[in-house]
Design a protein around this ligand. Structure first.
Ligand code: ATP
Length: 245
């Protein structure tokens, strides 16, 4: 079985995320995709605005009609206050502190079958920082990547984003500079499937700004997510780092 793992802040989840997941499901015949709201994303400087609970609830609402899309608590904050002596804080759902994607991948693999193939879904903006992620090389060993590309990016941009040890020699990537970031890239130690024409002009930042400006959200989010944001009065207060990267 082919399984997708889609991690994000999802603050809130929006139509761009869902479009990426749908395209990935079709392209790589994914039987299921786990949507994992991050607890504390270690590669982002700012903390999420909405709580993990609210972000998970919105993910559950946005994925409710797709049987292959599963909201996941793999990175939920722990509920255990005092860990047993000598043990890391742990609950049935998650581990305390920062969650690294490699830990989430390993945790998910514990419940998958040996023959299952795991694919990590990611946008090209986030992929460009992948070399800075914790145990980046190990991530490429554990899973294949599905990267949502955007016009203007080349295959060389993708290859040059890889951790140094996996990056092909400049002589190999030179011709990539003229090729758009589409198709499949099978390199020694890394397999990357590129989705072109998926990126939608929407971001969680723009949605939080729209809430502050009292603009309608219907173009950006599932109606149930829009209702939830309204009902729970999310994103109404300006915070210096809530609407800016
Ligand atoms: P923010 O604006 O708060 O930075 P975001 O909209 O980028 O948030 P994230 O939760 O940070 O959303 O993104 C999760 C993943 O989805 C990342 O891999 C990101 O690259 C990808 N992604 C975000 N927006 C889009 C989009 N419009 N189209 C395709 N992929 C996207």
């Amino acid at each position: 079985m082919n399984v997708g793992l889609f991690g994000g802040t999802f603050d809130p989840i929006h139509n761009g995320h869902i479009a990426l997941a749908r395209a990935a499901r079709e392209r790589c015949e994914l039987s299921r995709i786990y949507f994992v709201p991050a607890n504390i994303p270690p590669h982002k400087q700012r903390a999420p605005v909405a709580s993990h609970f609210d972000r998970y609830a919105m993910v559950a609402l946005a994925t409710r009609e797709e049987s292959a899309f599963l909201p996941s608590l793999l990175e939920a904050p722990t509920t255990v206050a005092t860990p047993p002596p000598g043990k890391k804080k742990q609950s049935e759902h998650g581990v305390a502190g920062a969650n690294y994607t490699i830990d989430t991948v390993r945790r998910l693999k514990q419940i998958l079958k040996k023959n299952d193939r795991l694919f990590l879904l990611i946008g090209i903006d986030a992929f460009q920082e992948i070399a800075t992620w914790h145990e980046a090389e190990a991530l490429f060993q554990e899973c294949e990547f599905i990267v949502a590309s955007r016009p203007g990016y080349s295959l060389a941009d993708v290859a040059n984003s890889l951790p140094k040890s996996l990056r092909p020699a400049p002589a190999v990537t030179k011709p990539f500079a003229r090729q758009p970031a589409k198709g499949d890239l099978a390199l020694k130690g890394a397999t990357i499937h590129l989705l072109d024409d998926v990126h939608q002009p929407v971001s969680a930042t723009a949605i939080r700004e729209a809430v502050l400006a009292k603009r309608p959200l219907r173009k950006f989010v599932d109606p149930a997510v829009g209702e939830y944001i309204k009902k729970m009065a999310l994103y109404r207060r300006f915070s210096s780092d809530s609407t800016r990267r």
